[in-house]
Ligand binder design. Structure first.
Ligand code: KG4
Ligand code: ZN
Length: 349
């Protein structure tokens, strides 16, 4: 079966066609994955402007879907279902994808599948690598989330921990802004850090030991926190006499990145040991980070736990991962009715 995936939760309009392979070990293959990025529009404002994002999704959605079908050599009658991101995300952005998918499902008679954006990020690992050895610990690290999940059976996601404040990608974007590196900050810091000294600027690591009063069921020591780190960078920049030189900015970027990547990888492997994981995976926009990718591979080899990453194009927001997660849900018997609504705070159950 081929499925059309649609993703409009933030500032990328994306459509993709993903097909089942019939091979249980590597269940899906990508036939097309078209992304229309709005980065150039939001860069001017230093971040995503929700109203501009939803308007641009409306302009782009029809042509993005047409291209995804054409590149996949697929017509509407070749499809078996339509999957769409229901949430979480920006409500105006989500509504464009959800409305388009409902209209397409009504017109074509195809079943509609509602997908959680983070299920898409988790399943991007399976789309890329095939089914993971289970149990697996998966870190989803993006602009909006830094969540650790235990995956015991395919399609089940148990939240183990998450950030108490800023997401890692958000910290990247905020630190980039205060270093004057523009938007989006993650790729800019990643590039610049290569030429910096990652020990030049002493920055704090936050280690949480107590349970969160708002979520006592989670084990506190696996949680993340990045807002203190961001404030430390701000203090460093303010305490500096005059503007930072290019070399000093590169040193701050490298030092910041070292602390973030260390925190992410450490907690991932603590969780892997605690739950006897047979694999670990990292997905979401920040998984495109070169240092994180290198650290993950290195730790995986040392500890003999296989480590998995999506390709760079499957790391940041895309519809192929939504299509893959949609196939998982469809095969588990879940379809949505045509009164589906976007849910900006959709929980992952
Ligand atoms: O998953 P994603 O595309 O959208 C969300 O669901 O949030 O993630 C976007 C985030 C942004 O914060 C961006 O700065 C970050 O991923 N990012 C990176 C890199 N590429 C994107 N962060 C660090 N290094 C990168 N190379
Ligand atoms: Zn995302």
């Amino acid at each position: 079966m081929r499925i059309l995936g649609i993703e409009t939760s933030c500032d990328e309009t994306s459509a993709a066609v993903v097909e089942e392979t019939g091979d249980a070990a590597k269940p899906w293959t990508t036939r097309s994955n078209v992304v229309a990025s709005q980065v150039a529009i939001h860069r001017e404002w230093g971040g995503v402007v929700p109203e501009l994002a939803s308007r641009q999704h409306i302009r782009d959605i029809c042509s993005v879907v047409s291209r995804a079908l054409a590149e996949a050599a697929t017509t509407w009658s070749d499809l078996g279902a339509i999957a769409v991101t229901q949430g979480p995300g920006l409500v105006g952005s989500l509504l464009v994808g959800v409305s388009f998918a409902k209209a397409a499902a009504a017109a074509s008679g195809l079943p509609l599948v509602a997908v959680h954006h983070l299920a898409g990020h988790i399943e991007s690992l399976v789309l890329q690598n095939g089914e993971l050895p289970l149990p697996s610990i998966v870190l989803v690290v993006s602009g909006g989330h830094t969540n650790l999940y235990l995956v015991e059976t395919p399609g089940s996601y148990q939240l183990l921990s998450r950030t108490r404040d800023d997401a890692a990608g958000e910290a990247y974007d905020k630190v980039a802004r205060l270093l004057g590196l523009g938007y989006p900050g993650g790729p800019a810091i990643d590039r610049l850090a290569n030429s910096g000294d990652d020990r030049a600027v002493p920055l704090p690591t936050t280690r949480l030991t107590h349970a969160d009063r708002n979520a006592p069921e989670l084990k506190g020591d696996l949680d993340f926190s990045f807002s203190g780190l961001k404030t430390a960078v701000l203090r460093h920049v303010r305490a500096h006499e005059g503007p930072l030189s290019d070399a000093e900015i590169a040193n701050v970027a490298a030092s910041f990145q070292r602390v973030v990547v260390t925190a992410l990888v450490e907690r991932l492997f603590v969780a892997a040991r605690r739950y006897g994981a047979k694999s670990v995976g990292v997905s979401g926009g920040v998984s495109a980070n070169s240092r994180l990718r290198a650290a993950l591979k290195e730790r995986g080899e040392q500890r003999e736990v296989p480590t998995f990453l999506p390709s760079l194009s499957l790391s940041t927001d895309n519809a192929a991962m939504i299509a893959a997660a949609g196939l998982r849900r469809l095969r588990a018997g879940h379809t949505a009715s045509l009164d589906l609504n976007a849910d900006p705070a959709l929980p992952l159950t």
